[in-house]
Design a protein around this ligand. Structure first.
Ligand code: ADP
Ligand code: ADP
Ligand code: MG
Length: 523
């Protein structure tokens, strides 16, 4: 290890933690903080006034805005909330300000502990071009790439040298945005313009570059932790190849295609890279694995990942706890746990898979969360929750652990069948189809499988997810209207409306028509 400009985290305990985020991830972080006896401060936007994270925290501060820009992205408001409540640390979660170097810098300047790496590391890794350079100089394999210039012919020559297909990528990209695949020379200029426009709008930074497009790749990523003093450990890999438009939907650990020798090569490359930048805290080194078995650096995410729970499930660790311990100056464990069994995560989105996966908003009339041996659900949903279109459409994450991949899949299918959400369309029936597919059972998904084979997906009759949702919403409205009427008539009104699940009959999600008929006959 050589010298570095990254200041090691100061050794001081965290007493009061502000969580600069919302929804399931804010609740997840509050959970661990409470276990550690750390007081928690939630911040919230107007639509989130009744949010689960507000109720879960010890204290909360209204950010008095509706859009992300007016609330969870407003650095001044969040730092003011920290000052007002005497917080000594900030956890940014994922999304929003989690990879905003300016936020990390200003938090530290305000005397707060930022639960994450240094502002320098965030800024260097947030720029895919600089991150590639840093990765390459640590010995990590990188995908052949070229600069995109203002000159059309220079760009065409560069793409021809890389060989089609190529990918136009935004230096500041994230969340699958700012990317355009180019199959032949005639598409290049338009793709570059489109990506530039999208990146300028989404990230305020229109710089784009060219990468060779790896055909039929798998997305494999390595969870690393650094102590900021040059020591880095890893917690193995996650496979995230089930993606739609470069956005993950299903993740698992370990990967069904990574053997011990490949794991050793991948994790060593990731550790050496993170160590070369004296990385502090939780980080994810994302790689693509080509069909020929070669892997290449994609990017490094300098935060807790959405899919961190699959790593927690197979290693029996609490990654948020590790983050908080490192942030308060603690050291990494000498030995890291070996992964045991298999964990799968499904992201439940408020979107309509039968209608181009369009995000859907609305009010959750009724939600029943699944449970069971090996099942974990990270969710901030409850009856009456409002799904606002302003925010990411992810509603919840279901994680299933099993002794092997078959058992984890069986448990996931059963959990998804029992995850009942009324009032808002979700992708649950779609997730069930993926889980039940032969392709998934064979571990054969690449990052393009969904886009190639599921674009015209429609729910099957037996799923009837949309119908179940609509029927339940109507029944609940009736039930609610009845009890409201009783309350008006001088009764207490505390009685719970009848459960729509009791009367849904054939429309139960994932149940066969026979079950439904039997249920109706009984009632
Ligand atoms: P993961 O690899 O953990 O799935 P993603 O890249 O999908 O991470 O992003 C996680 C969350 O952060 C998503 O809600 C996504 O929309 C959001 N996000 C990612 N990058 C950015 C960015 N540069 N600016 C704002 N939000 C982002
Ligand atoms: P983001 O910051 O949006 O997460 P990434 O660089 O991590 O961007 O890429 C997101 C996804 O896009 C990857 O998981 C992979 O599916 C695809 N991808 C990115 N670069 C390439 C490439 N050069 N070849 C093939 N697929 C790629
Ligand atoms: Mg990525």
């Amino acid at each position: 290890m050589t010298s570095t400009d990254t200041t090691p985290p100061a050794a001081r305990p965290i007493r009061r933690l502000l969580i600069a985020n919302r929804s399931e991830i804010a609740c997840r972080i509050i959970q661990t903080a409470r276990e550690l006896g750390i007081e928690t401060v939630a911040v919230y936007s107007e639509p989130d006034r009744d949010g689960a994270h507000v109720a879960a925290a010890d204290r909360s501060v209204a950010l008095e805005g509706r859009t992300p820009a007016e609330s969870y992205l407003d650095i001044d408001k969040i730092l003011a909330a920290a000052a007002e409540t005497g917080a000594d640390a900030i956890h940014p979660g994922y999304g929003f300000l989690a990879e905003n170097a300016g936020f990390a810098r200003r938090a530290v300047e305000a005397g707060l502990i930022f639960v994450g790496p240094s502002a320098e590391a965030i800024s260097e890794m947030g720029d895919k071009i600089r991150a590639r350079e840093a990765a390459e100089s640590s010995g990590m394999p990188v995908i052949p790439a070229a600069a995109l210039t203002e000159d059309r012919q220079t760009n065409l020559d560069a793409a021809a040298r890389l060989g089609y297909p190529v990918l136009v990528k935004a230096a500041a990209g994230g969340g699958g945005r700012g990317m355009r695949r180019v199959n032949e020379a005639s598409e290049l200029e338009e793709a570059a313009h489109g990506a530039r426009r999208e990146a300028t709008a989404a990230f305020g930074d229109g710089r784009v570059y060219l990468e060779k497009y790896i055909l039929d790749p798998r997305h494999i990523e390595i969870q690393v932790f650094g102590d900021g003093r040059g020591r880095v450990v890893d917690l193995g890999e996650r496979e995230c190849s089930v993606q739609r438009r470069h956005q993950k939907i299903v993740e698992e650990a370990p990967s069904p295609v990574v053997d011990a020798a490949l794991r050793e090569r991948m994790t060593r490359a990731a550790r050496e890279f993170a160590a070369s930048i004296a990385y502090a805290g939780a980080g994810t080194v994302e790689l693509v694995l080509a069909p020929d078995g070669e892997f290449y650096f994609l990017e490094m995410n300098t935060r807790l990942q959405v899919e961190h729970a699959v790593t927690e499930a197979v290693t029996s660790t609490d990654l948020v706890r590790w983050q908080l311990e490192i942030a308060s100056g603690g050291s990494l464990p000498e030995l890291t746990p070996e992964p045991r069994g298999q964990a799968i995560e499904c992201r439940v989105y408020a979107e309509d898979p039968a209608n181009g996966f369009l995000p859907t908003g609305g009010t959750i009339a009724r939600v029943d969360h699944p449970s069971g041996v090996g099942i974990r659900v990270d969710s901030a949903l409850s009856d009456g929750s409002v799904v606002a279109l302003e925010y990411d459409p992810m509603l919840a994450k279901v994680v299933a652990w099993g002794a092997d991949r078959g058992q984890a899949t069986e448990r996931m299918i059963e959990a998804l069948r029992n995850f009942r959400i009324a009032g808002v369309r979700t992708n649950i029936a779609f997730l069930l189809d993926v889980m039940r597919s032969v392709r998934f059972a064979e571990g054969a998904f690449t990052t393009t499988t969904i886009d190639e084979h599921y674009s015209a997906w429609k729910p099957t009759d037996t799923d009837a997810a949309a119908l179940a949702s609509a029927a339940a919403a109507i029944l609940i409205r009736r039930g609610v209207a009845r009890s409201a009427g009783r309350a008006g008539g001088g009764e207490t009104g505390s009685e719970r409306p009848p459960s729509p699940w009791d009367t849904l009959g054939a429309w139960r999600l994932g149940q066969s028509a026979e079950h439904g008929t039997a249920a109706r006959k009984r009632s």
